[in-house]
Design a protein around this ligand. Structure first.
Ligand SMILES: [Zn+2]
Length: 350
């Protein structure tokens, strides 16, 4: 099952943002799959909501406040607070107030529209999970989502809302699942998700008895997140970016050949750590910025070949299918003109 919403594609340059996010990544993937004659059943957000009889709007302010701090959520509904959050989250402003990769004079759309777009991304991630749970094939790939850096009380790393945790907490709250795995293979550590999971546990939430309801694995570059020494110096243990996932697998530069064995070992450990409990769902944060030809300079320390990226995704897919674990997949990081290829080739290989 594919979930693809063409109206959600955004050109960051419309907002005056010059970050090299390839706007056409989902549409390039779809074009490649069509060319390959793929036969996946597919949905848009509207058709998925209709099929599942889910009323719109899907994500409410209460859904955001279940995960993010009420003060932070309130700031997003305030135009001045929202603009401030977007400028810092997309790293558009320097300490001296000058702009970085941001040319507001060239913008044709209001910057604050990004919030609505991210809300729709949360809809997509939630719907992908519901589709995976309902689909006989136990598989749904959403060509969107994956904002794993968004924290409890702040945006971070181009992520304003953590669609992953918002969607999963909603699923748990509605009784659609009682144990969910997160398998995060983006080049950058899934630190926002890890922080939100830890904080919810500290508040006594996301437990069934003494067992965690969300269990996370992140395999990522050993270094390079946070991006700079200043952020690292300001970091507080127990909070993003220093907070730990349940299983963290750092990969050093030059260890690409060990990536797949380490991932396999991590998944085996995940199974042991939640022994006796088959998860109701696995959410795969399928970042392609580990790809050697990805356009983001900061993810260059991890450089998987196209074949290694596809092998990674096929390994996870097969691991979950063998265990009859439904999986929803979100796109996460991927930058520049080649970023569509790993996902396209993985899906075509199925
Ligand atoms: Zn990333």
């Amino acid at each position: 099952m594919l979930l693809y919403e063409p109206t959600l594609e955004r050109n960051m340059r419309d907002y005056g943002i010059t970050i090299p996010i390839a706007i056409s990544r989902p549409s390039q993937i779809m074009a490649f799959l069509t060319e390959q004659g793929e036969k996946f059943p597919r949905h848009t957000l509207a058709s998925a909501a209709e099929t599942l009889a889910i009323a719109t709007p899907i994500i409410s302010r209460a859904d955001l406040e279940r995960v993010h701090s009420p003060e932070y959520v309130a700031s997003l509904y305030d135009p001045i607070g929202l603009e401030r959050t977007i400028l810092s989250t997309y790293e558009l402003i320097n300490d001296d107030g000058s702009y970085n990769r941001y040319e507001p004079d060239t913008a044709t759309r209001p910057l604050t529209e990004i919030f609505q777009a991210q809300l729709e991304q949360v809809d997509g991630t939630y719907l992908a999970c519901r589709l995976a749970l309902a689909d006989a094939g136990r598989f749904c790939f959403y060509l969107g989502g994956g904002a794993h850096h968004a924290r409890y009380d702040a945006g971070s790393g181009f992520c304003i809302l953590n669609d992953i945790i918002i969607a999963l907490r909603k699923l748990l709250d509605e009784g659609h699942a009682s144990l969910i795995w997160i398998i995060d293979v983006d080049a950058h550590k899934g630190d926002g998700s890890a922080e939100l999971i830890q904080l919810s546990r500290q508040r006594g939430e996301t437990f069934s008895g003494k067992n965690p309801e969300i269990f996370s694995l992140s395999i990522h570059m050993a270094h390079g997140w946070p991006l700079d020494e200043v952020s690292l110096a300001k970091a507080i243990p127990g909070h993003a970016p220093l907070v730990e996932s349940d299983i963290d697998i750092p990969i050093e530069s030059g260890e690409e050949v060990l990536y797949l064995p380490r991932l396999a070992e991590g998944l085996a450990r995940m199974e042991q750590r939640t022994a006796g409990r088959i998860p109701d769902l696995a959410l795969v944060v399928d970042g392609v910025d580990p790809y050697r030809k990805d356009g983001l300079a900061s993810s260059a320390p991890l450089a998987l070949s196209l074949a290694q990226c596809v092998a990674r995704d096929r390994f996870i897919y097969t691991f979950l299918q063998k265990r009859c674990i439904p999986s929803s997949w979100v796109m996460a990081g991927g930058y520049g003109e080649h970023a569509w290829k790993p996902t396209a080739h993985f899906l075509a290989s199925l």
